[in-house]
Write a protein of this length. Structure first.
Ligand SMILES: Cc1cc2nc3c(=O)[nH]c(=O)nc-3n(C[C@H](O)[C@H](O)[C@H](O)COP(=O)(O)O)c2cc1C
Length: 402
């Protein structure tokens, strides 16, 4: 990203133990090419030194509303921001934002901005579940502020509970998705995403599988969650457990994925079938490990799996959008269009897995998006998260307006 054109993020740091993790948030945002200005509350400076933030930030850390060098720092900070991230957001800061207080640089900046705000709360579970904090959090959500819910885990003082700040990579991923020019409003939308390659057991230790890493599905799920959707992720690989807004169902085989997705599909607005599902499975799965015992050949018979997409299309809700994915090695668009029509999909995302920078495992993809109404978009090599943004933006445009 060119320094001049870099989106500007104001990173507000509240006074909690998790303030040390904010340094990692800062580093990740700067490494992603954003211009990041740290702003520390007086309490935050009791936990972490402003020098570290100044050294790692794009500008020296700001700490004072009554600053000799800038007579009105809060309006300058607020107006120039493309995004404001609050991490950690203390119970006190959340209350200030909810009620419009402006008695220090952090709260005044938050009041003076028109940029989207991402808040990552961090506090003990007693505070997080306190009715006053719950009320304030609802007010923030109603005001359109993005809340990155904390997770359950280790808290300060050796305690355990719900209130641990989301991991820095999660907060950075939210920030990136919210800054995207392709962002659409997915609040109150339910989205089903499948990810990973299925494994079809031959015996207890062997399987028929494929090389799908689940990365494209994970990117779809995490961008959708950051844009406000309630995401159901049915996945064969671990990776997004604990990501706010995503409920994960772990499966292994195509038949498990079939069952899990059919249970959910009738409640979904958008279905994104990014998993690589095996078309065939061994006709029998041995309960004991197959032994070589001097054999020179071993034949495994395969039978066709149920067609998950066909069944999802049959059970879909009226007005929902069903998106298929096609990994091809030749005649990409022809195959994709044929699959789109045969399976009665609304949209298909096709990638030629033989092309450099596309397909399994890598962090980039090269896809063509084809819709049932005849539109076609050939995207260049992009990060999988950017591909996810294009896919979600297009799928959203196919939903009936409310
Ligand atoms: C050791 C210690 C740890 C604290 N941790 C938290 C915390 O994790 N979350 C929180 O909401 N408040 C925490 N507090 C209380 C805040 O520091 C206090 O409410 C402060 O006024 C917050 O100021 P600020 O919101 O302007 O940063 C902690 C206080 C102390 C002394």
């Amino acid at each position: 990203m060119d320094a001049k054109e870099s989106p500007r993020i104001v990173l507000c740091v509240g006074g909690g133990i998790a303030a040390y993790k904010s340094i990692e948030v800062l580093r990740r945002l700067v490494d992603s090419g954003y211009h990041v200005v740290p702003v520390l509350s007086a309490a935050a400076r009791r936990f972490v030194g402003e020098l570290t933030f100044s050294a790692l930030g794009s500008e020296p850390a700001k700490i004072d509303l009554f600053d000799d060098t800038d007579p009105i720092p809060h309006t300058h900070l607020g107006r120039s921001a493309d995004l404001v991230v609050v991490a950690p957001a203390t119970a006190d800061l959340i209350s200030k934002i909810a009620h419009g207080s402006a008695d220090d640089l952090v709260s005044a900046t938050l009041l003076a901005t028109r940029a989207p705000i991402v808040v990552a709360p961090a506090m003990h579970d007693e505070m997080w579940s306190n009715p006053a904090v719950r009320r304030n959090i609802s007010m923030l959500r109603n005001d359109g502020i993005f809340v990155v819910d904390p997770s359950e885990g280790r808290l300060a003082g050796g305690d355990h509970g719900n209130g641990r700040m989301a991991e820095p990579w999660v907060i950075a991923s939210y920030a990136r998705s919210i800054l995207s020019p392709r962002r659409v409003d997915l609040r109150s939308r339910r989205i089903l995403v499948t990810a990973g390659g299925t494994r079809e057991a031959i015996d207890p230790v062997r399987f028929v599988g494929n090389s799908s890493s689940g990365k494209q599905g994970f990117a779809l799920a995490s961008v959708a969650a950051a844009w406000g959707a309630e995401v159901e992720l049915v996945s064969t690989v671990d990776g997004l457990a604990g990501f706010p807004g995503i409920s994960v169902t772990k499966v292994v085989s195509a038949s498990e994925m079939h069952e899990a997705t059919l249970d959910l599909v009738s409640e979904m607005d958008i279905v994104l079938m990014a998993a690589a599902v095996a078309d065939f499975r061994p006709s029998q799965s041995a309960t004991e490990k197959f032994k070589r015992e001097g054999r020179s050949e071993w034949h495994v018979d395969l039978v066709a799996n149920d067609d998950i997409l066909a069944d999802l299309v049959r059970r879909r809700r009226d007005g929902s959008v069903v998106v298929g994915f096609a990994a091809e090695t030749s005649d990409l668009v022809e195959h994709a269009q044929e699959k789109l029509q045969r399976k009665q999909l609304d949209m298909i995302v096709a990638n030629d897995v033989s092309v450099e920078g596309a397909g399994f495992d890598g962090d980039t993809n090269v896809v063509v998006i084809v819709t049932a109404d005849g539109s076609r978009a050939d995207l260049p090599k992009l990060e999988k998260s950017t591909v996810a943004e294009y896919v979600l933006e297009k799928a959203y445009s196919l939903l009936p307006s409310r």
